[in-house]
Write a protein that binds this ligand. Sequence first.
Ligand code: ME8
Length: 662
Amino acid sequence: MTAFYLTTPIYYVNALPHLGHAYTTIVADSLVRFQRLMGKDSLFITGTDEHGDKIVQAAEKAGSSPQKLADDVSAAFRSLWPRLDVAPAGFVRTTDESHKAVVRAFLQKVHDAGDIYFGEYSGHYCYGCERFYTEKELENGLCPQHLTKPELISERNYFFRMSRYQDWLKQHILEKPDFIRPERYRTEVLALLDSGVLDDLCISRPKSRLTWGIELPFDPQYVCYVWFDALLAYISALGGPESPDFRRYWPQSEHLVAKDILKPHAVFWPTMLKAADLPLFRHLNVHGYWLVRDTKMSKSLGNVIAPLAMADTFGNDVFRYFLLREMHFGNDASFSEEALTARLNADLANDLGNLFSRVLSMTAKFCRSAVPEPGPDEDLERALKKVAEESVSNFKNLFSRLRFSAALESLWELVRALNKYVDAAAPWNLAKNNDGERLGTVLHTLLRYMYIVAVHLWPVMPRKAEVMLEQLGLPVGPEGPSSGILDREDLFAVPLMPGSAVASFSNLFPRRDSEAEASMPGWSVTEEAGGGKNNSGAACPSADRVDAGDPAPGGAIEFSDFQKLELRVGTVTACEAHPNADKLLRVMVDLGESSVRQIIAGIAEFFVPENIVGKQVVVVANLAPRKLRGLESRGMILAVRKDEGLELLSVTAPVVPGSRVS
Ligand code: ME8
């Protein structure tokens, strides 16, 4: 089995994990899950970078010691990952003894080979960046990253002969076009190598100035520069260059970083490996920055996004989907709760969630939730197959090249085609006309492709994909679908057995409408404006309010007022109790649109939910959406009072869902 080894940066312990760290690590997790489904023996590692001035200063500021700070923050990173369903195979701390041993051996080897020398250096040192800047690199005399004045330091130090490898590195990048990707970062590194002579790298700090680091094996008066230490975590995570895991995984290694640490990864790291006579990694994958409403995230601006808060609000899977879908890998992206809500409502609730909801409720209604026997394919199925094959082939191709957003967009072409197929094949008409064979073909086809969608989504949304597969009667364990499944020739030969049970109801992605929620504090279902019970004849509570501008009950309205009303007949495809309100039912109504509507109706005391499924009802279809006890209602079902009960308005003979009442 081919191996696949991926690393995230080894994060500094001077700050708690934020959205940026979560993004890189979620990408790593998704990519490794994807490669596993492609049949590779895949793993990724992450960890914490704990040495250096930056950490000493942060500890001082926090009134702590570097060790205590490192212990606390490292633990915060480590415990975050499982909560985001991120499963690294290893977690390196640069203060681990095993890591220190790898660093010392590496330093000794490069020193013995003559690529580390002792010399005098004076330069502009920025403590924030932990590096010297040349005159040329400063902007108006200030560090370009921190906009602070660097200190002029002159001291004797150890240097790595990096300049020696400049031409070799350039040649390597030219020969391997995807060594650094996307292209814009490759171009940036080539421009840097072309702009002048590469300086040698100062790789030590005298203990008189800094003790919090790994002591140089050839001079106890010095500790190692933090980058020369941290980059080696990618190797120490595998047990060092002599280990079997190194031999197995290193030839297939890839790194994942953001643009902020391009130079250490694209210049320091390959030259270090070359000097130590170790093979290079295969790819350096560089992504852009998450901005918050187009502004850089920063503590001082108070806009640092805590990943857990977002994952708690939206759910892990929605959060993961959003991050991969919204950022075009390589470019910056803007984070906002509105953007997250929009993706949730459009892609997940409307497209994917509704597909599952409507197909499973139709299978419940027409086939008692048993997978039907398929008949022969017709043109509609042949066209769908073409879309599906193209969609998943593009998905795989794009995902493996880290073009996650485009890959998901490509998978959504299939999701949207499936919704259109429902509309075109109109299973409700087939049921009405007793065309059992064709109905079986249509529902079977839908269930099969829903399985294909769920399997492809597992790397991005593992928990939701597991629920989808369970709903389809094809559950998988926490390890997910079987390794290599996406690479199989017979991917489309889905193991759906006619007669096996599927779920009768699905509500994968409840919509969110924060504005509507906020605008309706204390809204009560049972109390209308005038007090007592509603007797307006409306079954949906969203019409119960009598606003100041409403005509008085019984008052005349103009014909043009009536024309504003869009009344349509719809078929109830599913119904259940509202999770947070005794008097409400959550009714799913098929109005012949691309997706089924959710209507929250105050009729729970009059109806058993199952008894409404399959009925045709009259719906006010153009009512503005409102949120009722946390669920969005998109319309109103009409009813009429009868004695102590309620009758739903209906038609005397079945009509096509969506037919207009006029
Ligand atoms: O640089 N958008 O650690 P670090 C996207 N210890 N990703 C972001 C981001 C943002 N706004 N902010 C941070 C270090 N990241 C070194 C690395 S590796 C041997 C040593 C992510 O804690 C992104 O992956 O500053 C970035 O490269 C990394 O966090 C920097 O993490």
